[in-house]
Design a protein around this ligand. Sequence first.
Ligand code: NAD
Length: 285
Amino acid sequence: MTAKILDGNALAQKLRAGFKTRAEALAAQGARPGLAVVLVGENPASQVYVRNKVNACAQAGFHSEKICYPPDVSPQAVLDKIAELNADPAIHGILVQLPLPKHFDADAVLEAIAPEKDVDGFHAENVGALMQGQPRFIPCTPYGVMKFFEDAGIDLRGREAVVIGRSNIVGKPMAMLLLHAGATVTVCHSQTRDLLFHTRRADVLVAAIGRPRFVTAEMVKPGAVVIDVGINRLPGGKLCGDVDFEAVKEVASAITPVPGGVGPMTITMLLANTLEAAERTLGKM
Ligand code: NAD
């Protein structure tokens, strides 16, 4: 069996096609969607992610602001800026690029963002709402993954779903979304005993580990849907995922590639969340 390739670039393009029209309709009513991206430090990967987010905003007709700080900036200066952005009517979404330097309390920074502008969905209030099944903002990466299932017509009800990784950004919200969609969910992590036992019975396998080609063909149940969230840079500079794509695509029924899978969908869902935030402010006016 050769798996169907779930093309993130194509799906992202399809979804983004409607964003510009919605942005212009909002602008006509005085609420052009606006995203502020805060970057602290000089992490090269973070710089690329921030640039991509700002470019995506421009393409979709959004207003965006990029606020950059040197690595040794005081946390208070960043908190003050967030307070300013919270009060700025031109900004509907605020994103602080992670990771933050070690002298920051990242949780305190995320909690400082107004929940109604927390387009990453990391604020405790939004995490709680997601847990209750009434999300205000769904974290962008797992939100993008759910769009693959929706687009491919994959019904999750009653399926065995296994998520490898339990981070607040990917693994935990992913598990919650799969659960809400009716799957029976297992979350595996670095202390899981007998990972193979779990992955081999997964109808849907999501890998969010951060280890190149960690998921091998023998770990995958024939016919499974495999979603690769990982982004790893190989010594030569090439990107690869957490899944051994070439081998696993011969076993799975559907698979996301890296690059060109989950990555483009993450930014797309950030745009979707920002649009929704702007639309909600209009509803309140
Ligand atoms: P993280 O480091 O916070 O979490 C990694 C998880 O993997 C942990 O929960 C850990 O328990 C688990 N893990 C580590 N070793 C393991 C092992 N041997 N067996 C089982 N589980 C193990 O990482 P994260 O932020 O969740 O990101 C995961 C990957 O996804 C990274 O490669 C990251 O770059 C990528 N990522 C991609 C996107 C995207 O848009 N495509 C977005 C966010 C993260």
